[in-house]
Structure formats: C-alpha cells, structure tokens
Design a protein around this ligand. Structure first.
Ligand code: FAD
Ligand code: NAG
Ligand code: NAG
Length: 496
C-alpha cells in the first residue's frame, strides 16, 4: 500500500518536472471562424508561436459572412464582395496564399433613380465619358471628392505603420483618434450633417452619398453616422477587387495553414457561454475563463477552461439569449443592433420601359440604384461569377441579378424592378449583415473582461473585411504584451 502511494507521488513529480522544462503554454479560445476569428489565430501564431495553444470554435461555416452561392453551377459572392485597392492586409493575405485578385468593373452602365419615377443620373451614354457626366451634375463636389477622399485614405493607411511598429489601441475611439481626429468626430454626426458642414451640396448628399450608404450598409445618410459613411464613399470611388473563386477562400486557406502548425485545433460546435472563473486557491490550476459549448450532432454541453477567450462574432440584441457572456457594467449588449439585409439572386429582364430607354441602352444597362430609403429595395445589379474579371464581363446570355433589400420582398416588389413576369427568384439569403449605425455612435469595448476580448467591437466603427483583420492584429498584439512576450517587429508580417 505504502509502495503504491509513493509510486503515484513519483509520477506526479515527473509531471511537474516536465512542466518546468517546457514553459507553460497559454490556452486561447476563439469563438467564430469568420475572417476575423481566423486572422486572429493567424496573428497569435505569428507573435506567440509555440507558447500558445489555440482552439477555434465554429457553429456554422468557415468564412461566416464571406460565402458563395451556387447558381446552376456558377458561383457568386453572397456576402462581403468587394475589397478596396488600398486594403493592404487583404491584398497580402490573398497574394501570400497564392490566390488571385480580380478587378471588378470600374464603369458599369447604371441608372440612379429616386423610386423609379424619375431618372436622376445615368451612365448609359455611349459617347460621353462618365467623368464628364458626373462633373456636369455634381460640379465642384465631384472635383473635391477625390482629393478629399485620397487625404482621408492616406490617414487611414497610417494604421499599417502603427501596427508594424507594435502600436496597439484599447478602444474603438482610440483607434479612430490615432488615425485622424476627424474620424472620431465623424462618428458623432449623421453623414448628412457631416457632409453639409464640409461644404457638399444637397444634390451630392441626396444622390451620391445616399446611394453609397444604402448600397454598402443598407442605411441612409440621415441614420448612419459619418465614419461608415466615409467608408461607403471610399468604396464607391476607387478601384475594387475580389478574390478569384470567392473571398471566403482567404479564411479557409489560412485555417488550412494553421491546422498544419502545432497546437491549433478546430472544433465544430455552438458556444453557449463564456464566463470568468474565480480561483481562490492559487494552486488550483487551469484557465480563468470557462467556455461551454455543444458539439455538432450532440446534446451534451462541454465545459473547457482557457486563459483567454476571444469573441469573434457580433454581440447584439438579437443573439443575447442564445449566448451568455459575463460582461462589465460598461457593456450592455442590448444597446447594439444589426441591420438585416437580404441578398436575392434572380434571373430576369430589367424593366427598361419605365425609364424610357432605347433598346440599345436597355441592353447595356447593368444596374439600378434607388435613392429613396423608404422603398423596400436598394439596388439591383447584374452579377459576375467569382471567376470573372472586368474584361470577361457579361458572357452568359442569361444574366443573374442581385437585389439588396432590408426585408423579404414580395412578388409585387420584383414586378416593379423586372419586366412583367419576366423574372425567376433563384435564392434569397437573409443576413444580419452589419451594425445598425447611429449618431452619436456608442462603441462596444474591445476588452470585455480581464481575460475576454471582443474582435467585432471594431465593426461599430465600420464593418468591412479589412477592419476585421486590423482588429485581429490589434488583439493578438494586446495579448502578446499581456503575456509578456516581446513583439516581433516586421513589415513582412504575412508569410505562409
Ligand atoms: C451582404 C453583405 C455584404 C457585405 N459587403 C462587404 C464588402 O463588399 N466588402 C467588405 O469588406 N465587407 C463587406 N461585408 C462585411 C464583411 O463581410 C464582414 O465585415 C466580415 O466578413 C465579418 O467577418 P467576421 O469574421 O468578423 O464575422 P463573421 O463573418 O460573421 O464570422 C463570425 C462567425 O462566428 C460564428 N458564430 C457566431 N456565434 C457563434 C457561437 N455562439 N458559437 C460558435 N460560432 C459562432 C458564425 O457562424 C460565423 O461563422 C458585407 C457583409 C454582408 C453580410
Ligand atoms: C513556429 O516555430 C516553428 C519551429 O520553431 C517554425 O517551424 C514555424 O514556422 C513557426 N511558426 C510561425 C507561425 O512563426
Ligand atoms: C419617361 O417619359 C415620361 C414621358 O415623357 C415621363 O413622364 C417620365 O417621367 C419618364 N420616366 C423617367 C423614369 O424618367
């Protein structure tokens, strides 16, 4: 008997010995395998490598809001679709993963209308270049716009230098202020008021700015604050691209790479709660945060303790009851809402008659944008597959259209857009797409508790792929500093 006890003790001693030889790993869980969660894992490995063990939880598909839809054997982008040419991280990820960037058409013939009763602007003319058309209608505003946006863009691009040099931020407000004081100010006002005070005219605000915010965030210049407003304008006035084969390939391929590294685990399951564990006894080993989850195809709830947990999906009023999170007093999940947006895919023929178009104009028409925010739909645009670039535009004779709308559309709505009964709904995809913005904008905390971080807090500045990756790198750096490991400094940060 005595011999046995001694034996057990010996084994325990050996274990402790082993632990001392190899420094203890920090255990981190990431909830959500969208672009944000996956790139957080990437940067944690980049900065901490062997000193972290990472578990990524996902209840649905890798890629989250980046997703393709298959239509008769062709793939189309159903969620996040366009990337700005100055989005450095998305560019580097795409290139380093061996994926190809394809430009989206820069001069798509479109009409802009209030609600279909009046054409406000059109680029259907075969003879007059768009630049002249825009100058003719919007005058000095059009001239100023590009200079002004370039300046704003180069201020935004400061983030890359800052992050390369190890600079972190603790709040969304601090992020905006360190780039440009005006970015923070912008979050205090409606986009209309902000633009008006910058000297832009009513016509520009009601048409160009309105279309930009309605198409990008399904919100009007009166409800949205000016920072996501600015981001929307940037997306309307530059060279844009997408990933050949679909943007979801970026998170998918990063995950494949990560799973080849040591100590990265991927778990399919729904995380139900994340709460702090208070350990009274210092000898009581284990992490500080308890995560409970339900694996797919099982009803048993498992609990695992981690040193840190990163929430990599949006927390808002509508998912409060499905996910229990221990928060601080300063964060009330109820205060945050998401904008619902439907992406409908249809075959059909646009109703050109309504706009008094000639036959040849009608053939070239690719998109219609509606400026009236009380309409049930925002835009209709002919789609390219995820494998087509600018030059291959419109090849197939049965064009696929995508309509964006805040709610589910009815048959009579489609009849307003398409020629009589000349349409066929193929698929409608409901999204809780982006935050519902307000002014002044309240920002959620990046650090929710001592050991719980919130990646998507940054989405409340503006929601786009690049912001998620910036947020991911920031959290990885904050954690590296917390753990007490020196930050690797390099501008060649993305390597596979
Ligand atoms: C229709 C639409 C159009 C858009 N257009 C653009 C665009 O053109 N350009 C652009 O840059 N951005 C665009 N965006 C925004 C962009 O897609 C998002 O900002 C980005 O993809 C968000 O990535 P994420 O990883 O932070 O979140 P998500 O992609 O939402 O990932 C979160 C993941 O967490 C998982 N999850 C949630 N709860 C749990 C749980 N309890 N347990 C386990 N897993 C959970 C979800 O299943 C999901 O996979 C668009 C978005 C939509 C919807
Ligand atoms: C981590 O370290 C291993 C071995 O030291 C190395 O092969 C690997 O490339 C490193 N990974 C990262 C992400 O730096
Ligand atoms: C089409 O022409 C009619 C008659 O001239 C006009 O009343 C109508 O407003 C025009 N439609 C649009 C969308 O401009």
């Amino acid at each position: 008997m005595i011999v046995r006890v001694g034996y057990i003790l010996l084994i325990i001693c050996i274990f402790v010995q082993c632990d001392q030889d190899e420094p203890a790993k920090t255990h981190i869980a990431i909830v959500g395998a969208g672009l944000g969660g996956i790139s957080t894992a990437y940067w944690l490995k980049y900065y901490l490598n062997d000193s972290v063990a990472i578990t990524i939880y996902e209840s649905d598909q890798v890629g989250g809001r980046l997703k393709n839809v298959d239509i008769d054997g062709n793939e189309y982008e159903a969620g996040g679709s366009i990337i700005h040419e100055k989005n450095l991280y998305m560019k580097r990820f795409t290139d380093e993963l061996g994926l190809k960037r394809l430009n989206v058409p820069s001069s798509m013939p479109y009409i802009m209308t209030n609600d279909g009763s009046q054409t406000l602007f059109s680029t259907l003319s075969r003879y007059i270049p768009n630049v002249f058309l825009i100058l003719w209608r919007y005058g000095v505003d059009a001239l100023r716009l590009n200079f002004w946006l370039d300046k704003k863009l180069s201020n935004f691009a400061r983030i890359y230098d800052y992050q390369d040099n190890g600079r972190t931020f603790n709040t969304v407000e601090e992020f905006l202020q360190m780039l440009d004081q005006d970015f923070y100010t912008a979050t205090r006002f409606s986009f209309r008021k902000y633009l008006f005070e910058k000297g832009f005219h009513k016509k520009f605000i009601n048409e160009i700015a309105q279309i930009a915010t309605l198409v990008n965030y399904d919100q009007s210049v009166d409800t949205i604050n000016a920072f996501p407003g600015l981001v929307s304008l940037m997306a309307s006035a530059s060279t844009l691209w997408h990933v050949e084969g679909g943007n979801y390939l970026v998170p998918k391929k990063i995950l494949e790479y990560l799973l080849k590294q040591s100590d990265v685990q991927f778990v399919k399951g729904y995380v139900k709660s994340v709460t702090e564990v208070h350990r009274i006894d210092i000898d009581d080993q284990g992490g500080n945060v308890r995560l409970s989850y339900k694996p797919l195809n099982s009803d048993l709830v498992h609990a695992v303790d981690y040193d840190y947990v990163i929430i990599a999906f949006p927390l808002h009023r509508d998912n409060m009851n499905d996910f229990v999170l221990q928060t601080t007093d300063s964060f009330n999940q109820y205060d945050y809402r998401m904008q619902s947006t439907y992406a409908d895919f249809l075959y059909g023929k646009l109703n050109c008659q309504q706009y008094n178009l000639t036959k040849s104009e009608c053939e070239r028409l690719k998109a219609i944008f509606y400026t009236n925010p009380s309409l049930p739909y925002r835009s209709v645009a002919q789609q390219q597959t995820v494998n087509e670039n600018e030059k291959q535009y419109k090849k197939n004779d049965k064009p696929v259209y995508k309509i964006f709308s805040p709610n589910k559309l009815s048959l009579s709505d489609y009849k307003q857009i398409f020629d009589n009964d000349n349409f066929q709904l193929i698929q409608d995809i409901p999204w809780l797409a982006y935050p519902k913005y307000e002014h002044p904008q309240k920002m959620p905390p990046i650090q929710i508790n001592k050991n719980i971080f919130y990646l998507n807090a940054m989405e409340w500045s503006s929601s786009c792929m690049e912001i998620e990756v910036i947020s991911a790198r920031n959290i990885a750096m904050l954690l590296t500093k917390k753990i007490g490991i020196e930050l690797k400094r390099s501008d060649k940060h993305i390597e596979f």
